[in-house]
Ligand binder design. Structure first.
Ligand code: GUN
Length: 294
């Protein structure tokens, strides 16, 4: 039976450390980090995320700003808010919750955010920084995955890492982050040939495809470390729904050396890393070395 990587506990500890960093920033430098979150429309999952972000931001001792727009909002209206936040010195981090309604061009909005306030790490400048090894803000979910991997495995050098999924939010930045730690990285996707066989070679397998329980135990090398980024709601027993990952936990945990559960694995790491990025952005904007605080 695999070791279960407790992302929930790790994230809780990380938030305690971040609260200490925030206190240090206030006491020593007189700055209070502020995070602005913009939500357009009423997608229920997005509403839950935004509520949790606001709550945890305040618990860490930071300032939380929330902006809610109707799902009929125009791109111009959203860009105006982004511009105001870019120019507001109390706002150190800006997050526009995705997905956005169809009439709004997501890329245009993301690239309108000041890259030094882009705590999602989605701006082209930050994508470029990550892929060239320059310092910058890094996407929260893959950053959380790497923290869990390094905590459990230590040095990742030379590990064969296979990532299932090529999204800009998880798959691609995950590859860049693992490459930076000298893993041998393969990104796979729906068109990959012999996907199961490729996965079976992995020392580290990261699943981020959004297909419930697609990866089963017979896709996994004995003793591999499995990181499940999927959060899928499926029909459960008695007409209820339940959350499952992209990995079938029951069979995978028989073969893997370690595995993240869903829920309680990668999920809680995303917001913790968002808070961390907000502290980092605050340091950057105030000429403070992040290493001194974090
Ligand atoms: N929607 C789902 N995950 C994310 C995320 O990490 N950032 C943003 N901005 N929107 C999301």
């Amino acid at each position: 039976m695999a070791h279960i990587i407790d992302g929930k506990a790790f994230a809780a500890n990380l938030r305690v450390d971040i609260a200490k960093s925030v206190a240090l920033l206030k006491n020593k430098h007189g700055v209070k980090p502020g995070l602005a979150v913009v939500l357009v429309g009423e997608d229920p999952a997005s509403q839950v995320y935004v509520r949790n972000k606001g709550k945890q931001t305040i618990e860490a001792g930071m300032e939380s700003f929330e902006f809610k727009l109707p799902d009929t909002a125009t791109q111009e209206e959203l860009l105006k808010i982004v511009d105001q936040l870019n120019n507001d010195p109390k706002v150190n981090g800006i997050l526009v919750q995705l997905p956005l309604p169809a009439q709004i061009n997501e890329t245009a909005v993301i690239n309108a955010i000041n890259p030094d306030k882009d705590v999602d790490g989605f701006h082209l400048i930050n994508v470029g920084r990550l892929n060239t090894g320059a310092p910058g803000l890094v996407p929260c979910t893959p950053l959380g995955c790497r923290m869990l991997l390094e905590d459990y495995l230590g040095d990742l050098t030379g590990a064969n890492a296979v990532i299932v999924g090529r999204s800009n939010i998880v798959g691609k930045p995950m590859a860049a982050l693992l490459l930076a730690k000298s893993c041998t990285v393969t990104i796979t996707h729906s068109r990959t040939k012999d996907l199961q066989e490729v996965c079976k070679q992995a020392d580290i397998l990261v699943a981020a495809v959004g297909r419930p329980e697609m990866i089963t135990g017979d896709w996994i090398k004995l003793g591999a470390t499995v990181i499940d980024v999927g959060i899928n709601r499926i029909a459960g027993e008695n007409g209820k729904t339940k959350l499952v990952g992209d990995v079938e936990f029951s069979s995978a945990s028989e073969v893997a050396g370690a595995i993240t559960p869903v829920p309680g694995g990668v999920g809680p790491m995303t917001i913790a890393c968002l808070l961390r990025n907000t502290v980092e952005a605050t340091c950057l904007q105030n000429g403070i070395s992040a290493g001194e605080v974090l």
